[in-house]
Structure formats: C-alpha cells, structure tokens
Write a protein that binds this ligand. Structure first.
Ligand code: VAH
Length: 321
C-alpha cells in the first residue's frame, strides 16, 4: 500500500490520482491535515505529519510499503512564517525517516519519496545549467529546509540503508489545484487572469528566467524514480530534474498566441529577490543516466494544455463579465 502525505496539495493531489490508476485506488491512502478530502480520494485519513504516533498507526493499519512525504510550506509562505516552515519541513521529514529506519531494522522496509527543490540552490550557485553537485547557499527558510532535508535523506540512506529518493523540482505548473504560496506560482495565476479576460499583474520582473516543469512531466519523473532499481541510483541527496526554462515575458507572449487580447503588467514584490537567487536552468544529465529521465513537455504544449484545462469558475466568469 502507498501512503501520500499532503494529498490535498499541488503535487499530492495529482500523485494520488496517478498512483491509484497504476496500483488501484484501494492501494493508495491519501492523507492530509485537513478533515476535508478535497479531491475525493477513495481512502482518506486525517494525518498531521508532525504526529509520529499517528503516522506509525496509519502505516501499521494499512501495511504501507511506500510513503510520499509532500507536506510542506513553500518559499513565499515560508518567509512569512519561517519557524513554522522549518518545523513542518524538517520534523515532517525526520518523522518519516525515523519510522523508515525502525521498520527497516524490524524487517519491514519502507520506500520513501521526499521532494526537494531548486530552492535548495542559492545566490552563489552557478545559475545556468546548474550542476548536480555545486555550491548551495539558499537564503530562504524553505530553501534552507530543503538543503538540510537533502543532507538527511543521504545520511539515512548511507547510515541506515533507508531507501529514500528525492527530486529537486523546478517550479511545477498545473491546473488541478490552486497556486500554493510558491514564488513560481505566477506561472499558474497568469493563466487564470488570461482566461478571465483580465490583465495579469506579475510579481516577478519580465526577464526573470526560472526552471519549470509541467505537472505530467513532474509526476512521470517521480514515479519513474520510485520504480527504478535501487542499484541504478547514484544520488541519494536529490536529483536535478529539468522540464523547461522561461521568463514571464516569454510565457505572456506564448499566451498571447492563443489569446491576442491578453496583457501583462509587472509589479515585482519580495518574491523577486527569492526568484533571483535561484537557477535559470538545470543540468539533469545524472537523472538521465541513472533512471532514464527526459522531459517531454515544452512551452507551447504547456500553454495549450493549461488554457484548455483550467476550469474558469463561475466567480471567475462574473469577474470577467
Ligand atoms: C515554490 N513552487 O515556489 C515552489 C518551488 C521551485 C519552486 O519550490 O516555492
């Protein structure tokens, strides 16, 4: 059985759906801190990832063999509540790693997935074609927690043999869940504005290029890494995985191809400094070598798919009217 913690989140909600399709919905337990089963998962449990006893009880109850620990505060939200971000992001991971350590010693191994991020890089990291191994000096609490988390994943693998795997996600773009407090979420909000017939006020500068990935590619990378034979994996901190890179000007131009009336304005805020400290593009060749990773979705396909799939809600339409 597979447990997805953070099942109401941007990645979690899509992973639950994909895993249910691949393994059967009866084999996937969706868990989140909210009592609200937002996406109607077949099996849903209320779990606070900071409650280790509750975590253990659910893992025992369902004989869980795989855990995706996705509960976290993202970059922009984390800067508003840095200690909460540190506690949730670090203790949430440590609770899972400790449970996996104990269960491995008891002959009941858990396979663990934990998301890192390009946010683990910092202002002195080479920004173009950022290498798998390089200077990492993150200056957001979210990025600091991701760098520390990567170190813990590698430590638990090397010292205890815990089979934990991780991806440094670029900015993930998707239409299923609303933007969740990330710095890259301008690239989601922009589509909602465009479809409402409104100009978009972008909180990043026009030329701020960031590595991004469309959700179907991000999900495919995640399940392919988890399905790869352990002996193929040479990275146990976290793999660079790239989708595509673009900046707000390029994204707006691609949207204009479909919606010629669309307008973008620029009003950079505190998130500009966060974005400027991150890479512009990634070298993900190690993921390609170890488990065959290759991105498939480019900018035009992403824009077409987002515009086709975003459901403009009735309140959106009244706004546009
Ligand atoms: C954020 N979407 O903006 C997340 C992600 C690379 C960005 O970590 O915080």
């Amino acid at each position: 059985k597979i447990l997805v913690i953070g099942a109401n989140g941007q990645i979690g909600s899509e992973l639950v759906e994909t895993l249910a399709t691949r393994h059967g919905a009866e084999n996937v337990i969706a868990a989140d801190i909210s009592a609200n089963n937002v996406y109607g998962a077949k099996i849903y449990e209320v779990v606070d990832v900071l409650n280790a006893e509750r975590l253990n009880a659910v893992i025992d109850q369902y004989q869980v063999t795989q855990v995706y620990q996705l509960a976290a505060l993202l970059s922009a939200t984390g800067e508003k509540a840095p200690l909460k971000a540190w506690e949730l992001n670090m203790d949430g991971l440590l609770n899972i790693l400790e449970i996996a350590r104990v269960r491995k010693e008891a002959g009941k191994p858990l396979k663990v997935f934990w998301p890192s991020s390009i946010a683990a890089f910092g202002p002195n990291t080479p920004q173009v074609n950022t290498p798998q191994y390089t200077v990492m000096d993150p200056n957001t609490m979210y990025g600091i927690s991701k760098l520390a988390g990567e170190r813990l994943c590698e430590y638990y693998f090397e010292k205890y043999g815990v089979d934990v795997r991780s991806i440094r996600y670029p900015g993930i773009i998707s239409f299923k869940s609303p933007p969740g407090g990330g710095t890259t979420d301008y690239a989601i909000a922009i589509f909602h504005s465009a479809l409402r017939g409104e100009a978009y006020s972008c909180f990043l500068e026009a030329e701020t290029t960031l590595p991004m990935i469309y959700m179907p590619d991000a999900i495919r990378a995640t399940v392919n890494l988890m399905d790869a034979p352990a002996e193929q994996l040479t990275v146990r901190s976290s793999y660079n995985v790239a989708g595509l890179s673009f900046n707000p000007r390029e994204l707006a131009a691609a949207i204009k191809q479909n919606l010629p009336e669309f307008q973008i304005h620029y009003a950079p805020d505190s998130r500009q400094a966060i974005a400027a400290s991150w890479p512009q593009s990634l070298d993900d060749s190690q993921a390609g070598k170890d488990w065959g990773w290759k991105a498939e979705i480019g900018l035009d396909a992403l824009v077409t798919s987002m515009l086709q799939n975003i459901r403009v809600t009735p309140e959106d339409q009244t706004k546009a009217a």
